[in-house]
Design a protein around this ligand. Sequence first.
Ligand code: MN
Length: 328
Amino acid sequence: MVISQLIERARKYLPPAKVAVVEDAYEYASRAHDGQMRKSGDPYIEHPLQTALILAELELDASALAGALLHDVTENCGVPISELEARFGSEVAKLVDATTKLGQISLQAAGLQPAGETIRRGSGSEQAENLRKMLVAMAEDLRVVFIKLADRLHNMRTLWALDEAKQQVIAGETLEIYAPLAHRLGIWELKWQLEDLCFRYLEPERYHETAGLLAAKREHRESFIGEVTADLNHEFQRVDLVAEVSGRAKHLYSIYNKMKAKRKSFSQVMDIFAFRVLVDSVDDCYRALGMVHSLYKPVPGEFKDYIAIPKANGYQSLHTVFILQLLL
Ligand code: MN
């Protein structure tokens, strides 16, 4: 990719003065990484650029984008943090410093060595200490975690370029640490991409099997989601219920997990699609549920009331499962 793609995306939500900071960070990073290559055969700068683009799609601020562009210059190019501070200010310098440190900590926290050759389990107290450091780094500035997650997502996307032993170590670590972290922070967009990429490397046969089954229905998927969303919207409008409806196909790893957990075959896994209805009040939640159940036949035993009984983390909503005959 080229810098103009990132700039174009950043312009959609950042003022010109902030976009200039991003451009400046790019100039600096591309000079620092000049001559370096990725295992994939790309010039190194491709990696920080893609990392920054992932964050621009989530509309993170200019400092986070600059931090993403510069996240490997200390470790890979030997640029001292003080130089980044002098040029980009302490905010960006701190982001780069913390991101670099977080990378070193998380590898140890998983009990894994970065090289992938020797796998070493850290002792219990060592791991606890590393996890503590990781939590402190996160608590100081959550943008550090966003940069680290985007960095990892791009590394997962280019994992094909590494040898199999490293692929297994990195995918394992990603599934153990980074995907759950994205889940806890509610960054679903990164979470499902990380999980599906891990799935592909950790269980390639199962992955291709699931992907093949889902691909067979792909062409119908989008129109199906559109139809149900339209039906729901129409019904809510009819009764003056203000609601925001969105739908998506579930990702491969979650479908596979469901098949495994419930010992079901693909054709028996019913919730391949998920719809979300956002309303303004608790009353409207139950009203919306009633509408859904009158439109579509609910599956007995699948309804969950997390409003009356919230999840341990405070999460509250209503879940239901319904069956719709697909007219193919
Ligand atoms: Mn990196």
